[in-house]
Design a protein around this ligand. Structure first.
Ligand SMILES: NC(=O)c1ccc[n+]([C@@H]2O[C@H](COP(=O)([O-])OP(=O)(O)OC[C@H]3O[C@@H](n4cnc5c(N)ncnc54)[C@H](OP(=O)(O)O)[C@@H]3O)[C@@H](O)[C@H]2O)c1
Length: 255
């Protein structure tokens, strides 16, 4: 059973792996033995995340990337594969939100959110595919949201990007199944991170509404995502593809 989840010798890239949910997933992958490449814009934050992982005994590295920029994404994937010899796991986690009703959102804001959350997954997966095919298989994990399922008045571009990400997951899962590449989405509930600290400041009553609506009775933590990262990154999920798995304390099934 232990072997089924063993990631020794595997190389993983986690976009936005320098904080929040990405770092929680990076910790999970590293604890199962993977070498984790933390990929973010903020080099200081990324270096601190690598230190955090290394202190726990993990192998980790960081590479700067802007996931909205094709050349930067191509350089990230090429450098990671070059430095570490292979690429087995890609976590498309980098994401942002602009909270406004649709009639107040500008085209520039819409594009920034769609580019960061959705087009980035296309760019990273496109760049990673040849490396995974060459390695005889791979795992891609896309980070969706409850907004992949539900709508909210203040999330026009965010919900569109996260809904699109689930559909993109299904497309890649079917396109690359014969290459032994499994592609799945994770849909976090309300998780305590930098992203939602801002949401709690901007949306009045949000904190209490989340607590009342979540059957587990608490906000999630980044480390709640370590286990799903190991499952979807390991042999244990070799016949699991195209799914969207909530990690939400029951939020999405509350009647
Ligand atoms: N927190 C929640 O409740 C929740 C719920 C559902 C889904 N999610 C999703 O989970 C993912 C992680 O969010 P989080 O809550 O952990 O928030 P976070 O702490 O703000 O993390 C977002 C990460 O994305 C990176 N990032 C943003 N734009 C980037 C760009 N252009 N290029 C490279 N990296 C970029 C950031 O790195 P830099 O700082 O280096 O730019 C940061 O590490 C997002 O996709 C978010 O939509 C979060």
């Amino acid at each position: 059973m232990k072997q089924m989840f063993d990631l020794t010798g595997k190389v993983a890239i986690v976009t936005g792996g320098n904080g929040g949910i990405g770092l929680g997933m990076a910790r999970g992958l590293a604890s199962a033995g993977a070498l984790v490449v933390v990929a973010g814009r903020n080099a200081t934050k990324s270096a601190a995340a690598v230190k955090d992982l290394a202190t726990a005994g993990a192998k980790a590295d960081h590479i700067e990337v802007d996931v909205c920029d094709e050349a930067s994404v191509r350089a990230l994937v090429a450098t990671a594969a070059d430095r570490h010899g292979r690429l087995d796991i890609l976590v498309n986690n980098a994401g942002i939100n602009v909270r406004k009703p649709p009639h107040e959102m500008t085209l520039a804001e819409w594009r920034r959110v769609i580019d960061t959350n959705l087009t980035s997954a296309f760019l990273c997966s496109h760049a990673a595919y040849p490396h995974m095919k060459k390695a005889g298989g791979g795992k891609i994990i896309n980070i969706g949201s409850m907004m992949s399922i539900f709508g909210a008045s203040f999330t026009p571009a965010y919900a569109a990007s996260k809904g699109g990400l689930v559909q993109f997951t299904k497309v890649c899962a079917t396109a690359w199944a014969r290459d032994n590449i499994q592609v799945n989405a994770v849909l976090p509930g309300w998780i305590d991170t930098d992203l939602t600290i801002r949401a709690r400041q901007e949306v009045s009553g949000l904190h209490e509404r989340v607590l009342a609506r979540t059957p587990a009775g608490r906000w999630g933590t980044p480390d709640d995502h370590a286990g799903i990262a190991v499952f979807l990154g390991s042999r244990a999920s070799d016949f699991v593809t195209g799914t969207a798995i909530p990690v939400d304390g029951g939020f999405s099934v509350q009647g």
